[in-house]
Design a protein around this ligand. Structure first.
Ligand code: PXG
Ligand code: PLP
Length: 442
C-alpha cells in the first residue's frame, strides 16, 4: 500500500477522538503522516511548521536520531520486564539521570505513563506520606481555579476547568480551590511575570483558616498554568505559597508537566522561579513525546518516611504495569542526551527575548486583548465573538493550519510553545501567519 493510501483511511468512525470536535473533524480531517525537526507533513504532502511542539511535548523537535535509535535498539534487546518486584538497568539509569537535574534534596523519582497519572501519583503520595507519619487526618487537597492537572479523577478534582469537571459527578471529596491569578484589568500585555496579584496567594491562608491546617495534605499548582491559556504567576506569588505551606506543614506540589524539561530555559520551573516544592510531576518532554512516560520527583523526607517496617513488605501500594517501561526509559535517556548535547535549555534562555518581542509585536493586531509570555511559552488572548465564544480562535487555528503553521487554541486564547530548536525565522513565520489570520477571521 502506498503511503498516500495509508494516509487517507476510508472510515474514520471507530476512533472516538480525545478532546476533539469529532463530527467536525471527520467531515474535514486534518491528518499528519510525517514529521522531522520543526515540521509535520500532512496527508496531502504539505509542510506544517510546529508552533506547539505537538501538545507541548516534542521539546527537541521531531524524529530526532538519538531517540529513534535508542527505541529501536531497546525494542530488539528487551521489550518488557515486570515493573513490580523485578527491575531492569535502564529504569535505574534514567532515575539517576533525572535526580542529577532535579532540585536539591529531591533524589527519588517514581515513573508513570502520562501527566494525568503523575498527578494521581503525587496526590496519593502526599496523603499517604502524612498517614505514615501519623497525621492521617491530613487528607484535604487544595487546587486552583483554571488549573489543569490531567483528566483522571484526582486531577479533575483539584483542577479548575469547569468543562473538564462538571460531567463527572462528585469527584474526590475534601478538595478546595484557590482563586486563579488572571487579572486582565491590571496585568494586560505584561512581558514575563506580572506585577499585580501576589496577594492572591494569601487566599490559601483563608482556606487554611476555614478547614484548619491539620486537615490539609497538599496544595497543587502549575507554576505556569498552561492548558487554561497560559497564566504566568505574579511576582512573589509562588514564594508566598511556599511560605504558607511551610508555616502549616502542607506539602507543595508543582505540576510541571508542561514547564519541565527546558520550556522555561531551566530544568524545571522550580529552578526558574527559585522555589522548591515537595513534589514535582512531569511527563511530556521527558521522552520528547515519543513514548508515553511520566515521572514524579519527591523530596527525600517523603521517600524516607515510607522506608520503614519489615523489609520484605511493599512500602507503597501504588504503581503501573508500565512504570519505568524499558523502551520508554531508553527513549527518555536518549531525550536527556539530546537536550544536553545540543544545549537546548540554554538555547531557550537565549532566544526567549526574541520570542517575547515577536509575540508582543502582535499587540495592535485585530481582536487582540492580551499577550503573555515566559520562557518559550506564549499566549495571545482574543476578544471573543459576542454570543459565540471560542469560534474566533478556532477559525484562526484552522486558517493557520491551512497556511502551514500549527497553533493551539483554548477558549479564545492562542497558546504557543514551539520545540526548543525553533529558529528566529520560524518564530517570524509563526507570528506573521497569526497576524495574517487575525486580519481574516470574523
Ligand atoms: N498536568 C498539566 C499541568 C498538564 O499540562 C497534564 C497534567 C496531563 O498530562 P497527560 O499526559 O495526561 O495529558 C497536563 C497536560 C493544551 C494541552 O493544548 C495541555 C495538556 C494536554 C493536552 C493539550 O493545552 N496538558
Ligand atoms: N484493569 C485491570 C483488569 C488490570 O488487571 C490492571 C493491571 O493489572 C489495570 C486495570 C491497571 O493497568 P495499568 O497497570 O496498565 O495501569
Amino acid at each position: 500500500m502506498s503511503n498516500r493510501l495509508a494516509a487517507t483511511p476510508n472510515d474514520l468512525r471507530a476512533f472516538w477522538m480525545p478532546f476533539t470536535a469529532n463530527r467536525q473533524f471527520k467531515q474535514n480531517p486534518r491528518m499528519f503522516v510525517g514529521a522531522k525537526d520543526m515540521h509535520y507533513t500532512t496527508a496531502e504532502g504539505r509542510k506544517v511548521l510546529d508552533g506547539t511542539a505537538g501538545l507541548w511535548c516534542v521539546n527537541a523537535g521531531h524524529c530526532r536520531p538519538l531517540i529513534t535509535e535508542a527505541i529501536q535498539k531497546q525494542a530488539a534487546e528487551m521489550d518488557y520486564a515486570p515493573a513490580f518486584q523485578m527491575g531492569h538497568p535502564k529504569a535505574f539509569e534514567l532515575a539517576n539521570r533525572l535526580v542529577d537535574i532535579s532540585p536539591d534534596g529531591m533524589d527519588h523519582v517514581m515513573f508513570t505513563n502520562s501527566g494525568s497519572e503523575s498527578v494521581d501519583t503525587a496526590l496519593k503520595t502526599a496523603i499517604a506520606y502524612h498517614r505514615v507519619r501519623g497525621e492521617g487526618q491530613r487528607f484535604r487537597l487544595i487546587g486552583r481555579e483554571r488549573g489543569y492537572h490531567g483528566v483522571n479523577f484526582g486531577g479533575i478534582s483539584v483542577g479548575g476547568i469547569v468543562a473538564n469537571r462538571k460531567m463527572f459527578g462528585t469527584l474526590l471529596t475534601g478538595v478546595d480551590h484557590m482563586p486563579h491569578t488572571h487579572l486582565p484589568g491590571k496585568n494586560a500585555f505584561t512581558r514575563g511575570e506580572p506585577e499585580h496579584g501576589m496577594e492572591l496567594a494569601d487566599e490559601l491562608e483563608r482556606i487554611v483558616t476555614l478547614h484548619d491546617a491539620s486537615t490539609i495534605a497538599a496544595v497543587i499548582v502549575e507554576p505556569v498554568a498552561g492548558s487554561t491559556g497560559v497564566l504566568i504567576p505574579p511576582k512573589g506569588y509562588l514564594q508566598r505559597l511556599r511560605e504558607i505551606c511551610d508555616k502549616h506543614g502542607i506539602l507543595l506540589i508543582f505540576d510541571e508537566v508542561i514547564t519541565g524539561y527546558g520550556r522555561m530555559g531551566t530544568n524545571f520551573a522550580a529552578d526558574y522561579f527559585g522555589v522548591t516544592p515537595d513534589i514535582i510531576t512531569t511527563a511530556k518532554g521527558l521522552t520528547n513525546g515519543v513514548i508515553p512516560m511520566g515521572a514524579v520527583f519527591v523530596k527525600n523526607e517523603i521517600h524516607d518516611a515510607f522506608m520503614q517496617g519489615p523489609e520484605h513488605m511493599i512500602e507503597f501500594f501504588h504503581g503501573y504495569t508500565y512504570s519505568g517501561n524499558p523502551i520508554a526509559s531508553a527513549a527518555a535517556i536518549a531525550t536527556l542526551d539530546t537536550y544536553k548535547e545540543e544545549g537546548l535549555f540554554e538555547r531557550v534562555a537565549e532566544i526567549a527575548p526574541y520570542w517575547e518581542d515577536a509575540l508582543h509585536s502582535l499587540k495592535d493586531a485585530p481582536h487582540v486583548i492580551d499577550i503573555r509570555n515566559i520562557g518559550l511559552i506564549g499566549a495571545i488572548e482574543l476578544q471573543p465573538i459576542a454570543g459565540n465564544p471560542t469560534k474566533r480562535a478556532f477559525s484562526a487555528f484552522v486558517r493557520a493550519y491551512e497556511k502551514g503553521v500549527l497553533i493551539r487554541t483554548t477558549g479564545d486564547i492562542i497558546a504557543l510553545s514551539p520545540p526548543l530548536i525553533v529558529e528566529k525565522d520560524q518564530i517570524d513565520e509563526i507570528i506573521d501567519t497569526i497576524r495574517t489570520v487575525l486580519g481574516e477571521v470574523e
